[in-house]
Design a protein around this ligand. Sequence first.
Ligand code: KG4
Ligand code: ZN
Length: 353
Amino acid sequence: MYEARAMKKAESLRLAGKAVILAIESSCDETAAAVVANGREVLGQALESQIKTHALYGGVVPEIASRSHVTAVIPVVEQALIDARMTLDDIDAIAVTAGPGLVGALLVGISAAKAMAWAKGLPLVGVHHIEGHISANYIAHPNLSPPFLCLVVSGGHTHLIQVLDYGVYRLLGQTLDDAAGEAFDKVARLIDLPYPGGPTLDKLAEEGDDEAFVFTRPRTEGRYDFSFSGLKTQVMQRVNRLSQKGEHIAAADMAASFRKTVVEALVQKTILAAKETKAPAVALAGGVASNRLLRKRLEEAAAHEGIRLYIPPPALCTDNAVMIGSAGFYNLMKACPDDLSLNAQSSMALHLG
Ligand code: KG4
Ligand code: ZN
């Protein structure tokens, strides 16, 4: 009964080429909901961050994340609808992050999405979190459409992806070990910075001397691959040596030198890939895309090479539901919706073309 109704609704939305989507994101430590029209226009949004809770433990505690999502998800959805001056009756379809992420956390968003889809007979669309991050660019840049090259840099991913069409991707390169965000977080911990490490380190680095410490740029065999775990070890060794000698650790200088090395690697490979694949444009996505130096250096390099560059505002780079609403729309326009067996996936492959 539900399936037939939802499928019929999905078909009519596809024919019309329009849909107002209620989206939910709960893959990690933010509970977010948004109402997005036609993949491009934000009608309403709300976000409840768990940063303060997890800061007490120095990182995300999965069980606490799941429980916090449980209490936040309905109020956040209600708030997004209020922000959009809408009710569930105005919604055409429900999109939700299905993975990758923390399974318990994902399940909360998925369960809420399923309940609403079932109650209202609406199509349910599971979204890949990274596809969401890429799609943040469709919200921020109304003129951007595929094909383009995207550097996705988050806590779990460092991917250079060719976006061939909406929902069709080719992976050019990726990190062989730690993701860029993970490296930022681990190095932040090494120099005693509080959680969340990446943004804190980024801020501190603004006051530091980026030539105070010399770190070797990570090398990889793959032309477009990345590696950050060796760099993290270099920082660890410097910190250990200094503390063994009882010397002061200049945290701002360490942060600035580390940040510069990571950013140079990201920018160099992205520009190389853009030139070699003759990418019509380059976009940046993911939490690390809010890094001040990465934005600046990539802007400078792209301008120097005459490459068109798209960078979303910081609030659209870190986790949010607006990006899921955009990706959900393009999924709905291209493929059959999911059914109520949609499940959370801790790791999940992108649809590659
Ligand atoms: O995309 P995101 O919000 O969540 C994931 O999908 O992982 O990214 C979170 C990651 C964390 O590792 C965080 O430390 C990092 O992005 N991050 C930053 C900055 N803001 C967030 N890293 C460096 N500089 C920043 N300004
Ligand atoms: Zn993310």
